[in-house]
Design a protein around this ligand. Sequence first.
Ligand SMILES: C[S@@+](CC[C@H](N)C(=O)[O-])C[C@H]1O[C@@H](n2cnc3c(N)ncnc32)[C@H](O)[C@@H]1O
Length: 475
Amino acid sequence: MTGAPAGPRRGAAGGRRRTSSSVDPARLAAYDVLRAVGERDAYANLVLPGLLRERGITGRDAALATELAYGSLRGTGTYDAVVAACVDRPLGRIDPPVLDALRLGAHQLLGTRVPTHAAVSTSVELVRAGGAGSAAGFVNAVLRKVGRRDLLAWVDALAPAASADPLDRLALLHAHPRWVVEAFRDALGGDLEATERALAADNVAPHVTLAVRPGRATRDDLDPDLADGRWSPWAAVLGSGDPGAVPAVRSGAAGVQDEGSQLVALALAGAPLDGPDARWLDGCAGPGGKAALLTGLAAGRGARVLAVERAPHRARLVAQTAGAPFGDRPGAAVVAADSTSRPWAAGTFDRALVDVPCSGLGALRRRPESRWRRTPDDVAGLADLQRALLGAALDAVRSGGVVAYATCSPHPAETRAVVADVLTGRDDVERLDARAVLDQVAVRPLPSLGDGPDVQLWPHLHGTDAMFVSLLRKR
Ligand SMILES: C[S@@+](CC[C@H](N)C(=O)[O-])C[C@H]1O[C@@H](n2cnc3c(N)ncnc32)[C@H](O)[C@@H]1O
């Protein structure tokens, strides 16, 4: 076992001294992203692009920096377990910059094809460059131990197949907290094979998908070389390109939006409805992706959207994405207000969406560090608000009106449990088969939609974020 290092020297401002080093720019950038995430709770997907731009890192170096930063962050729990097995004291006693260098090294050793000597020597260089040169020997020794086994051998050592709980193994092998593994298993009806595929899919970076905003552009306005989406008639796949370089995105005629989110908006718009169809509500609108799609669809039918968002700065974003007029027709009306206080007369709307605040466990592939930041308390802490928002949306629609309850999370406590709880207290609501509605609105039938009536999308089954949607009709 290897001892933890003495604390490194700090610069005058209390930060770490950066000395000149031979570390390549890609690794240095990845390391700096890990430090920003650890030190200031930054979001890697926001920090990394600016950092690459600032340092002029492009092409293969940019791809390497991205892979190393995102891979190390996604794998943090697993790499920490491996490092813990190679040192003789709690990880909390390792200086955080040194621990980040170990995570980056462990990812290269266990999650990439980087040769051992390169993974070890560059990690040693990183701690030296960060002013923690006294930890160089420690990092060297720990990573040499880490590199003696591959990932599967480490999983076998730490969670032996014969004795370990299968969920512990899945958590370690696919780098998810155990409580998230349990939630996925429950959402997938206890199917461990499907759970494993869902976890693995979270570790694959998604393509960037665009949504053309109806009434503002058509699919033909985008580069014809972009592939169509799999499900949404409004989707185009940008792959790994820069959305900011697409003129339609710059003008607001299209936006970045996962196809799962597009399908949720399309499901609300496509749900069968008798009677008037003129007033639509988006009760949780910020930052406005779904409101923008809904507003265009509504405008095509002569309907109007009221977009309500509690946070004023997010309401301003909604106004930008959905508020612009369509020629002589108005865009969405945007209001900064609390939807649970029902700032509208009961029975006003024909259709309503509540895309409620949630844990975001359905979008883990986009936010590499978030799985380790979320806790079961986050889920429990949102339940009352989710129920209140759904209750308010049901009160907002007229008799015969339709409500879509949506989350970007497959956690049963945020999805079917909320719907069941709210419906238990009311006899004025019926459930619609969201699968049948999606079949109508999608460009091709979606497979594996389960027993219904609600729909749970999955990255491993549909290539979308794990969005949930329940369609409810007021009797
Ligand atoms: C999951 S996000 C919605 C995403 C949005 N539908 C989109 O497609 O861009 C949930 C939003 O609900 C807002 N929110 C939370 N509580 C609210 C409330 N009581 N009333 C209105 N909006 C609320 C949050 O600020 C957040 O912007």
